[in-house]
Design a protein around this ligand. Structure first.
Ligand code: GLA
Length: 408
């Protein structure tokens, strides 16, 4: 009897997992189709790896098909960050014989970048699969080579002056944005793949309203200038229809949000400058949240940012399941936040949410289970995303259906 029961149970389990729906199944609704009349874009972050070395996720046909079905926009988890584009990997770069004279009159020597291979390969995949992209990120204290901030591009030397750093910042932003524009012109008839850029990431300190002090940017400037300048240079070198965004986490925390609102004011004040105005269009709420985050706090944050005259992108949504993963509980949390995004969506007459990006494709690859992160969640494995990976299949979780149904 027991054996019969066991055999039947195993059979049932095998059948269920064999027939488990995959994100490509026609019976599984498309995330991006569902939301196409609600937000400008929805999509996912994913990884690519180094071309020819560790290509993953986006390099695979399975993921390309899945994203072509479910995403209108993607964000690269790493490949468009300074560290990857500089591709110096902790070394000091080769300093070229070329110079760049910046808008502030300072002439600098420029370092050799060699990180556009993966960028170009990713743009090609976007083009092939009709995907747009949020560019992530130009100015950040993290994942930026230390040599970039130091005399002679040598990480063991002292910091450069503010003037020199401003020239280096302009050179970097110009070089990246012009590279993208040239690629789009040569390969995509000039049509943008990248429709928005995170110009500055995470400049406010944790638990405070002040600028983050553990940042080489901050250590050189000690004020908001590197942020304002970044939005000036981005405005100067990006196409005028590409949206410029400040991106940060912890927006639901009122103390930290106060710091972000001050930062936005500083940039907005400089948008009226006659000489090289700054431009900012969007506040990016990363939204690495938890099942305990209160929707009322998210609602307040969206409305505070919209009141500054900015639209809001939810740029990196994942929901930590904390000590116990209960699929239905996660589904409820997703449902509640999506209902709030829909309520606060951008309309013809109101600023609001215009894009939602989920930070990752499946629970198996979430950053929340990295050794650094998991300790914040009492060493409990986290299941924060919409799909789980089984035998190379992307299986929609109840949270996925909750997101789809949140619209109705
Ligand atoms: C931050 C950054 C992202 C990424 C995540 C963790 O939110 O903005 O680029 O590094 O952390 O994956």
């Amino acid at each position: 009897m027991n054996r019969k029961f066991l055999t039947a149970a195993v059979f049932l389990l095998l059948t269920v997992s064999f027939f488990a729906q995959d994100w490509l199944d026609t019976s599984v609704p498309s995330f991006s189709e569902t939301y196409k009349d609600t937000f400008d874009y929805v999509g996912f972050a994913c990884e690519y790896g180094i071309k020819g070395w560790s290509e993953k996720e986006l390099a695979t046909p399975e993921v390309q098909k899945g994203l072509a079905k479910h995403a209108a926009t993607i964000t690269m988890g790493n490949e468009f960050k300074p560290q990857f584009i500089m591709a110096w990997w902790g070394k000091n770069p080769r300093v070229t014989s070329q110079t760049f004279t910046a808008s502030n009159g300072v002439t600098i020597k420029t370092p050799a970048l060699n990180g556009f291979n993966s960028v170009d390969a990713v743009l090609e995949i976007c083009k092939k699969n009709n995907l747009k992209m949020r560019g992530h990120v130009l100015v950040w204290h993290s994942q930026t080579e230390e040599a970039f901030f130091r005399k002679d591009y040598n990480s063991s030397k002292p910091y450069v002056s503010k003037e020199e750093m401003t020239a280096r910042q302009e050179w970097y932003i110009k070089t990246v944005l012009e590279h993208i524009a040239e690629w789009e012109k040569a390969n995509n008839g000039g049509e943008h793949i990248i429709w928005a850029w995170d110009v500055v990431n995470e400049a406010i300190g944790d638990g405070s309203s002040s600028l983050r002090s553990n940042s080489s940017w901050y250590k050189i400037y000690g004020n908001y200038d590197f942020i304002i300048n970044a939005f000036r240079f981005a405005n100067k070198y990006a196409p005028s229809d590409v949206l410029l965004c400040y991106n940060d986490y912890g927006c639901d925390n009122s103390t930290k949000r106060r710091g972000m609102l001050t930062l936005l004011d500083k940039v907005i004040e400089n948008s009226k400058a006659s000489d090289m105005p700054a431009r900012i269009d969007v506040m990016g709420m990363q939204s690495h949240i938890s099942k305990r985050t209160r929707v009322a706090d998210i609602d307040k944050a969206i409305n505070d940012f919209a009141a500054k005259g900015l639209d809001v992108h939810i740029t990196e949504l994942d929901i930590a399941t904390e000590e116990a993963y209960k699929p239905e509980e996660l589904a409820d949390a997703y449902s509640n936040v999506f209902k709030n995004y829909v309520k606060n969506r951008k309309t013809d007459s109101n600023h609001g949410v215009s894009c939602v990006t989920i930070w990752g494709l499946n629970d198996e690859s979430t950053w929340l289970n990295s050794p650094d992160q998991i300790k914040w969640h009492k060493n409990k494995t986290q299941y924060p995303l919409l799909f789980q990976l089984e035998n190379n299949k992307y299986i929609p979780k109840p949270a996925f259906y909750a997101v789809i149904n949140a619209l109705n």
